[in-house]
Write a protein that binds this ligand. Sequence first.
Ligand code: H79
Length: 469
Amino acid sequence: MHMTSRFVRYAVVCSIAAAVATMQAHAAAPPIHHPVAAIQDTETTAQRDARMAWWRDARFGMFIHWGLYAVPAGFWQGKPVHGIGEWIMNTGKIPVADYKKFSAQFDPTQFDAHTWVSLAKAAGMKYIVITAKHHDGFAMYASKADAFNIVDATPFKHDPLRDLADEARRQGLKFGLYYSQVQDWTAPGGAAIGGHWDKAQDGDFAQYLHTKAIPQLKELLANYHPDVLWFDTPTDAMTPQLASEIVALLDRYPQLIWNNRLGGGYQGDTQTPEQYIPPQGFPGEDWEVCMTINDTWGYKSNDAHFKSTKMLLQNLVDIASKGGNYLLNVGPDARGVIPAPEAERLQAIGHWLDVNGESIYDTSATPFADAHGSYSPTEKDENGKPRWIPTWNWRATRRPGKVYVHLLEWPGASFHVADADIHATGAYLLADPHHTPLKLTQDGKQLNVQLPAKPLDSIDTVLVIQTKS
Ligand code: H79
């Protein structure tokens, strides 16, 4: 019975609202019997804490959607195809043979792993997750299991994942791989949300899994030792039995972290809200917001709708204040270049983190019952529930002995909290090199800190409140 209701929830319907609802429903799912026990079923809390430790400290990661879709870059037969760029084959109903022909044009000679990893590092990101294979079925690495890959099917003939995995380790970043395990629009039997549109896609899903997805996952695990595996778009094609074959493989890598999108009733390690920040986070759970920097994951030449540095930084702070991670996407083009507007924003965030990183990394959620926002009394969201309206006055993060108040709007001569359940002993601004003490008064739960006339940072000036504990 439980399994049936899970499948209904997991059935991916073609609407973003449904996809979001699917992900939100996850937490409440009752435990079900797994044909093969996953690591989450067997490890102790202490073991789990040790396995998740680096990920919890990291807070900020780089998602990279890079694949064959960067060649059409949002256009098919001279016309723009609406929607997210990595979906162009599906949205444009491009025949398999035509899509495969893009590989002859894919020659990203400007790709340089050192440049990409250096950018992630300069942005203050602690891990990278890159698409090893997206829904189009094109493998971005040297795959012996399937010839539709960047080494065998392009003039480039080179494995960028090898370079990136090695370079990430060299620069001290964790390395993760995205793998589309259910959808595959060019392999016979692979699933396609919305249904197949080409006879070449006909086939048996289990056979696809056994001849392509599982062999490729084996290659990826053995050859690149990813720290994270990021699955996507589970559908009911992924039965508990089939998923358990993948889990048996994952179990051989006891340090691996994998997300909640495998399917087959497996919970994985992390909640993965996509393109939104959950109003209260997922208290007590590990969670990661994945988000585009413009309106597409895979490169589109006609999408210049970039989020501002201010908005991106506010998002990072908002997420950290609720105890989550921010996996922010970049979409490199078919030359192998991360678009300049994306790189500029990441560098600006990195400059802020150079000064204020202590208030983000390895912190935990706010100690204050502060208002992150409120539910609208009138507006409804995509699910018909009251819409969450965030406010952007301030957020807080903490670590033992310190609370960090992120002042997103300068409050004037003083900062005041009416319901501060802390014992404050001092205060200063994190960006002040001298950490000059600020005048602080506490009367019960009323906390007041005197501030200078102007903020030290135009987006987020961090007020450090020292605490007893
Ligand atoms: O990899 C990125 C997306 O391609 C992938 N997840 C992120 C990380 C993703 N696949 N599906 N979805 C997200 C949700 C499904 C959205 C859909 Fe649609 C709505 C599929 C069909 C309608 C968006 C709009 C894609 C095509 C039209």
